[in-house]
Structure formats: C-alpha cells, structure tokens
Design a binder for this molecule. Structure first.
Ligand SMILES: Cc1cc2nc3c(=O)[nH]c(=O)nc-3n(C[C@H](O)[C@H](O)[C@H](O)COP(=O)(O)OP(=O)(O)OC[C@H]3O[C@@H](n4cnc5c(N)ncnc54)[C@H](O)[C@@H]3O)c2cc1C
Length: 412
C-alpha cells in the first residue's frame, strides 16, 4: 500500500518500525504465522546507505531453513572462505571457515537483495502491510503502556494502534529514545571509513585484516566482484583526515596494505567514494516495556568487527517471532513486557558475548607502540597454533548454537 492510501488511524496486532534485516524478517515471520502486522519504513527504496553485507554462517543456515536460499541464489552472493590477520607482510593468524562443523560459510550479499526477499515473501500474505515512507515520530502511551505509534507518511500523520510496537529502527533508534528505556552507549576509541574497490581476478574469497601498529584495514570480498574495505580513523577523525586531503588518505591505506595501492589510486577519486561509520556499542539492561520491544541494532548496537550485526538482527527476529505469536494468543490487549524475559535473556547472552569479543579485538588493534604490536602478533600466532582453535572460535563466530530447534519453532 502507498502512504497516500493509509488511513489517518489504523489498527494492527504488531507494528514493526524499520525494515532492515531484523524488522523485515520479523514482519515476514509474524505474517507467516498469521499475525496482522504493519511494517513501517522511513525510506521508499531498499537502497540503504553503505551497510552490513556479511551474513554469518549461522544465519546462512537459518535463511536456508526458512526457505530463502533459492531467492538469494537467484540474486547471487559471494561465499567467504576464511579470514586472515596480516602484520608487516606476514599472515599471523588464519581461520578457514570451511573447517567449522557448522556446514556453511559466511556470505556477502547486498542488503536490498536480502530485505527484498523477506518483503516479497511477506507481501504474499493479506495480513501483511508495508508502509513506506513512514517515519516513527511518537509513541502512543496510556497508563504507562505503549498502545501504538504515530508515523509521518507521505500522506500525513498516521496513528497506529497496536498490541505491540517493535522498534527495529537501527543503531540510532527513535523507538529506543522514545521508550525511555536506559541505554549504555559507549563510543569505541576509533571510527571507520568504508569504501568499495573492484576485486582483482586473483584475489580469492578470503577476508583480510591488515594491521600496522594502531591502524588497520578490513578487506572483504563483496558481491559481485568487489572488495569492501574498512579503514580505521581516530575517534571523530574524519574532519582531520579530510583536512589532510584525499592523497594523504590514499597514501595511508597503501602504507598499511601495499596491495591495495594501485586500486585505491585508480578508483578512489573523491570523499564521496567513502562512507563514514561512527563506532559505538549500545547495551540496554531491558529491551521491552508493556506494548514495546526493541530488536536488532536498536536493542544492542555492535561494532563491525567480525561482521555480526546482520546475524544478531536476523537471530533476534527468529527468536522473538514465536514468542510474540504465542503471547498474542495467550494475552488479550497490549502485550506485557514480562512475556519476552526468557528470549530477551537468551538474545542478550549472544549479543554480550559478541560485544566482549569485539572489545577484546578492538583493544588489541588499538596498540600504538611497537611493543604493543609485538605482543599482539605473538598472541595471535599462539592462538593460531592452538589445537582447539576452531572449537574456541566456533563458539563466538557461529553462535547461537541451539538454533535448529529455534528455527523449527519459528516456522511453527
Ligand atoms: C558501514 C557499515 C558496515 C557494516 N558492516 C557489517 C557487516 O559487514 N556485517 C554485519 O553483519 N553487519 C555490518 N554492519 C552492521 C549492520 O548493518 C547492522 O547491524 C544491521 O543492519 C542491523 O539490522 P537492523 O535490522 O537491526 O537495523 P538496520 O539495518 O539499521 O535497519 C533499520 C531500518 O529502520 C529504518 N528506520 C530508522 N529510523 C526509522 C524511523 N524513525 N521510522 C521508520 N523507519 C526507520 C531505517 O531506514 C532502516 O531501514 C555494518 C553497518 C554499517 C553502517
């Protein structure tokens, strides 16, 4: 439906705000379970600003299990074979994704393809409505409960009455701010600039993390024949980088990863070829109130390290969908926050583990002295030789591990 067709007042069981990977999949799973669901998205197209494209192996399996593999194959994606950490021209650690027992490897696929697959599937259901553009501006509250929300649409304001409002509106979540729920927002020491380059034929499908003291580059194979590169900057260092000029920026990249030099020289011609990402983590002790739930980046924002953001958002959708469906059956009216406590705890455990690992990794990468960098290299080489390396990393990279059952629940 277009915004113009929207009534000024409308009612639904669940209003999902934000059609990123988390919100779009959740809306689809709810619609599939027969729930009346309205998905509100402020953007009119599926093109998002430069976003996460890596889907971790666990979510690759989940999507396979949910029947999305044919749609994703039809679009195409890049399978990642592994990731290596490089220092001073040498590989100090390597993870071969094919050696994990999980039976899938991470893939790179642009978000529009992923979200499009969810929306196509949901659109087949009469109980699913997608409203765009529709921006959350206010929550409707009564007696301390959230009863719905106000959306700004192309056709004016729409007041939506819902038994549950789900904030899936990302890292700068308006739903989170309006909810009044406490969030512990911690800036990381550094920010990131992202850009894409053509991938040379002989590059392979491994990702690389290349470190030079406290500077590093993340270089990932991207669909269809690209490299997605992230370059760390000092906190709020974008203005400084710009004032030093594009040539200095390109020289800095070449110094860290000489192999990228000719590509950067040819293909980065203006700052418009780059995207800035402010890195912070957001942790909330509570993700729900009566009538409101936060999922994905809105409830817990991670850093880009390990490419887990999309995985976490998709797993939130898969875990919460059956809990919401059950709660709608069991509770009349507004859903009480308590019904999500168990799932919230499971999801928080996963997200906290990822954040702990990311902070550990960020501290290691931020070593600015030669001694600190030497210690980092020594530690990584030691981890690389551990006989149980794959068992250890499997716990972090391929979580959550109880997914098979959850998937079945989600499909029930
Ligand atoms: C540059 C960059 C690189 C990244 N790289 C990776 C990676 O390689 N791998 C990875 O896993 N993760 C990565 N991430 C993180 C990943 O993109 C997110 O973790 C993931 O998209 C979170 O999904 P989500 O559904 O929770 O929220 P989002 O994907 O942020 O979706 C939120 C949606 O809500 C909409 N919205 C926002 N406000 C409103 C409002 N008021 N009303 C209505 N709609 C609203 C937005 O338009 C958006 O569509 C990256 C992020 C960035 C920015």
């Amino acid at each position: 439906m277009t915004a113009d067709e929207a009534a000024r007042e409308t009612t639904t069981d669940v209003l999902v705000v934000g059609s990123g990977p988390g919100g779009a999949l959740l809306a689809h799973l709810l619609a599939e379970a027969g729930v009346d669901v309205l998905l509100a998205e402020k953007q009119t197209t599926l093109e998002r600003s430069f976003r996460g494209e890596t889907i971790a192996a666990r979510s690759v399996l989940t999507l396979r299990d949910l029947g999305f593999e044919p749609a994703l194959r039809e679009h195409g994606f890049v399978e990642m074979t592994g990731i290596g950490q490089w220092e001073r021209g040498r590989r100090v650690m390597h993870i071969d994704y094919r050696r994990f027992p999980i039976g899938a490897v991470p893939v790179d696929i642009p978000q529009p393809a992923l979200i499009g697959a969810f929306l196509d599937a949901a659109s087949a259901r009469p109980n699913f409505t997608h409203l765009a553009p529709a921006t959350l501006t206010d929550l409707v509250e009564e007696d301390g409960r959230v009863r719905g929300a106000v959306l700004r649409t192309g056709g004016g304001r729409v007041r939506v009455t819902a038994r549950l409002v789900v904030g899936a509106d990302g890292r700068f979540s308006k739903a989170r701010r309006l909810s009044g729920l406490a969030a512990d927002i911690q800036p990381m020491e550094r920010d990131f600039l992202w850009f894409k380059l053509p991938r040379p034929d002989d590059w392979g499908h491994d990702g690389d993390l290349v470190a030079l003291r406290d500077r590093h580059l993340v270089i990932l194979p991207a669909f269809p024949d690209l490299l997605r590169v992230g370059y760390n900057l000092p906190k709020r260092g974008l203005a400084d980088a710009r004032s030093q000029g594009l040539e200095a920026f390109k020289a800095g990249i070449t110094e860290v990863a000489p192999r990228l030099g000719p590509l950067v020289e040819e293909h980065i011609t203006s700052w418009k070829d780059t995207s800035f990402l402010e890195i912070f983590t957001a942790r909330m002790p509570v993700w729900s109130r009566d009538g409101l739930l936060l999922v994905g980046d809105a409830s817990h924002t991670c850093t880009p390290i390990l490419g887990q953001g999309v995985n976490l958002a998709l797993q939130d959708a898969v875990y919460f969908a059956p809990a919401i469906t059950r709660a709608l059956d069991e509770h009349p009216g507004t859903l009480p926050a308590g019904v999500f406590a168990e799932v919230e705890a499971e999801r928080r455990a996963h997200k906290d583990m990822v954040t702990r690992f990311q902070r550990f990794q960020e501290r290691a990468l931020a070593q600015s002295t030669a001694a600190g960098a030497l210690m980092r290299r020594t530690r990584l080489r030691a981890i690389d030789r551990l006989p149980f390396k794959y068992r250890l990393l499997d716990r972090v990279l391929n979580a959550p591990h109880e997914m098979t059952t959850k998937d079945r629940h989600a499909r029930a």
